[in-house]
Design a protein around this ligand. Structure first.
Ligand SMILES: [Zn+2]
Ligand SMILES: [Zn+2]
Length: 187
């Protein structure tokens, strides 16, 4: 079994933790994750009491074994290091990062979208074409314009108005407006 030599990691030891905390941790033999067996809250993280405060258990264990987490930083469960559990509190699997970086790495919509180079309709996410929502979600400006234009046309059609859409942004006038214009010139 000596064929694979694991990358050297700082030797964090369960026995350096307070017994009460260590007793609840199971080391996953496949991933190496230190999985805390406490009941997870809604978002999948486990909280524990420690010295009169309620802590996210991975933040507590990291603080006790690796040192304080810099202000404002969140602890990422680093997938690239093999971490597969939100209940994991092995400091070797954790890394302090900014909140933005954490959601970029994740599998949530923000992370997946952030790594994508273009929108679902293939418009590139360039700086000019990207609208940043407050939550950090990107939105394609070309698609926003298309949606606004469609809405405008639908509204106009509902009201029986004739719409001529300018060929802005390289778009041809819509089929709808062409039909309307043809009807008008024919009669
Ligand atoms: Zn882990
Ligand atoms: Zn788009």
């Amino acid at each position: 079994m000596d064929t694979v030599s694991p990358a050297p990691v700082p030797a964090y030891r369960l026995e350096d933790l307070p017994g009460r905390i260590a007793a609840k941790i199971r080391v996953n033999p496949v991933t190496g994750c230190w999985e805390h067996q406490g009941y997870p809250e809604r978002r999948g993280y486990v909280r524990v009491w420690w010295q009169g405060c309620r802590w996210l258990v991975h933040r507590l264990v990291y603080t006790l074994l690796a040192g304080p987490i810099p202000d404002g930083l969140t602890l990422d469960h680093v997938k690239a290091r093999g971490c597969r559990s939100k209940a994991c509190c092995w400091p070797a699997h954790l890394e302090p990062v900014t909140r933005g970086e954490n959601s970029n790495r994740g599998d949530g919509p923000t992370g997946v979208n952030q790594r994508r180079q273009s929108c679902v309709n293939g418009h590139p996410y360039t700086r000019e074409n990207t609208f940043m929502r407050k939550e950090g979600r990107r939105e394609c400006r070309a698609c926003m314009r298309d949606r606004a234009r469609q809405q405008y046309r639908a509204q106009a059609e509902a009201e029986g108005r004739t719409v001529r859409v300018k060929g802005a942004y390289g778009l041809k006038p819509s089929v709808l407006s062409l039909q309307r214009i043809d009807e008008r010139t024919a009669s």
